[in-house]
Design a protein around this ligand. Structure first.
Ligand code: PLP
Length: 395
């Protein structure tokens, strides 16, 4: 019999009833060190006092207002994002997928208004993940996501990741935009080098094609810059954000230059909940903390510690781990065992990690994690690795 909750997820039998900073507390009292942060969502950990205050304060005033009216919290958050990034303008959504939808529509509308309605094709890359809408799965069509779900939204071309010669060849008069994650998240923490991002920017400029960056997972301080592309010194035309931007409140955004957004006038797009006062009040509180040089510096410092300790762990368990990769607090442990086995052994050691494609286990801790918690995380990962390693040898 089908359960009351549609069975689209395989869930671990864990019942968390409370969160405190980097910790999740199970119903039975066990304290799990949360190195997943709701897949990079709880960027400031659980129940951060500034976020609790922003949420409860706004909750006592007004939760929802239609976008038929002006929403000061939305204006403030947009202003903060514009001031802190390449963008001239922002549209608020409730998720990464919704940000993907608008990014695609905005790129197509841009060319239509420029008198080039033939430019509709979006080029994306294998291993990418852009969400679960019909457009998003057309851009990243893995078998489990698309089988039986067709027809997919047309106008997408998916290329091998990292072959820029092929990208150049694949561009035609119909190409509207290229979309890419600076660091693939679901794909297994596969980072692009700064040189790659520079090359991509140059290829797009040369071909007169828009560059869309999907920073839903790697953005909002995760890599030690406010947005990951800043490491490469390039800027996109359109950028998607979500996950960490709301610190746990469902919030997403599309950031764009004035030029790229020029097709989007009144009535061209909208959302009932997008940019609601509650979400934007929390978003402002998140950004106030993260868009700060000292805070980002602390992320980089802690990332250095974690990275060094993980290199040691990989060296200690060569039968379990292949390598460490990623940037900042977006780390992938490439495994020689099934990632699910390591994640499960992690549960026994009371540490939460997240599996990804390409045989990778992800570490995406709250950006507020402490040095002591990092040391504790590595101790617990060591216990998990030991368990997996000895069961390997036994099996
Ligand atoms: C999670 C994710 C999305 C989809 O976001 P949802 O909020 O789940 O819709 C899109 N792109 C990337 C890179 C993501 O990690």
């Amino acid at each position: 019999m089908i359960p009351p909750v549609l069975p689209t997820y395989s869930r671990a039998p864990l019942h968390f009833v409370k969160g405190e900073g980097s910790w999740l507390i199970e119903e039975d009292g066990r304290r799990f060190l949360d190195m997943g942060a709701g897949i990079a969502v709880n960027a400031l950990g659980h129940a951060h006092p500034a976020l609790v205050e922003a949420l409860t304060d706004q909750a006592g005033k007004v939760w929802h207002l239609s976008n038929l009216y002006e929403i000061p919290q939305q204006e403030e958050l947009a202003r903060r994002l514009v001031d802190a990034t390449f963008a001239d303008t922002v549209f608020f959504t409730n998720s990464g997928t919704e940000s993907m939808e608008l990014a695609v529509k905005m790129a197509r509308k841009y060319w239509y208004e420029k008198g080039k309605p033939e430019k509709v094709e979006i080029i994306s890359f294998q291993g990418a993940f852009h969400g679960r809408s019909s457009a998003a799965i057309a851009a990243a069509p893995t078998e489990k996501m698309v089988k039986g779900m067709g027809p997919l939204l047309p106008g997408f071309k998916v290329l091998p990741h990292g072959d820029w010669g092929l990208l150049k060849e694949a561009m035609t008069e119909a190409t509207a935009a290229v979309i890419i994650e600076p660091i693939q998240g679901e794909g297994g923490i596969r980072p692009l080098a700064s040189e790659d991002l520079k090359t991509l920017r140059a290829i797009c400029d040369e071909a007169g094609v828009l560059l869309i960056l999907d920073e839903v997972q790697c953005g909002v301080g995760r890599t030690g810059k406010l947005f990951a592309h800043e490491w490469a010194g390039i800027t996109p035309d359109i950028m998607m954000a979500a996950k960490g931007i709301g610190g746990g409140f469902p919030l997403g955004a599309v950031l764009a230059t004035e030029e790229a957004a020029s097709g989007m006038g009144p009535g061209t797009h909208g959302s009932t909940y997008g940019g609601n006062p509650l979400g934007c009040a929390v978003g402002c509180a998140v950004l106030k903390i993260i868009a700060d040089d000292d805070f980002l510096e602390s992320v980089n410092r802690k990332a250095g510690t974690l990275r060094q300790k993980l290199e040691g762990l990989v060296a200690e368990f060569p039968d379990v781990f292949d390598s460490v990769r990623g940037q900042g607090l977006m780390i992938g442990l490439k495994c020689k065992v099934a990632p699910a086995d390591l994640v499960k052994a992690g549960y026994d050691a009371e540490i939460i990690t997240v599996p990804a494609a390409d045989n990778v286990v992800r570490l995406l801790p709250p950006l507020t994690i402490t040095e002591d918690e990092i040391a504790e995380a590595v101790t617990r990962l060591e216990a998990a690795a030991k368990a997996v390693s000895s069961s390997q040898q036994a099996g």
